[in-house]
Design a protein around this ligand. Structure first.
Ligand code: DHK
Length: 147
């Protein structure tokens, strides 16, 4: 069975409470439930995790090798700063999709920079919680097209 790791970075545990005008009212648990229902409906294996620490996220990416087929990563602010996460994705050798709730390109200039995008198959941003479902479908399609 195809298996996807959905990995969430710093501050995303506060979704629903944190700047709802930017990130929406949906909580991360709501999103996890949406993803689990979608994965079940499409016969996908799913791991859904969140961590605030860069090193732990790197460990999770390394561990995904041999366990999962693809990674959907909302690295939060580490997207814009972390060469280490970019290197971890390259080292894992798994296809990755960069995901954001907000449209980072319509926000501050420092959010226009992404280290993750350089090693990602593609980027989904600006669709709020629904972006997670779009990312799962995009990864499923990508993995199927590779055979
Ligand atoms: C989440 C964050 O925490 C920000 O640091 C990013 C991203 C955008 C999001 O929209 O999901 O800049």
């Amino acid at each position: 069975m195809t298996s996807i790791l959905v990995l969430n970075g710093p501050n995303l545990n506060l979704m629903g409470v944190r700047q709802p005008e930017v990130y929406g009212h949906t909580t991360l648990s709501d999103i996890e439930a949406m993803c689990r229902a979608h994965a079940t409906a499409h016969d996908l294996g799913l791991a859904f995790e969140q961590n605030n620490h860069e090193g732990v996220l790197i460990d999770r990416i390394h561990a995904a090798r041999g366990t999962h087929d693809g990674i959907v990563l909302n690295a939060g602010a580490y997207t814009h700063t972390s060469v280490a996460l970019m290197d971890a994705l390259s080292s894992a050798g798994l296809p990755a999709i960069e995901l954001h709730l907000s449209n980072v390109h319509a926000r501050e200039e420092f959010r226009h920079v992404s280290h993750i995008a350089k090693v990602a198959v593609g980027v989904i941003c600006g669709f709020g919680a629904q972006g997670y479902i779009l990312a799962l479908d995009a990864m499923r399609g990508h993995l199927e097209s590779r055979g």
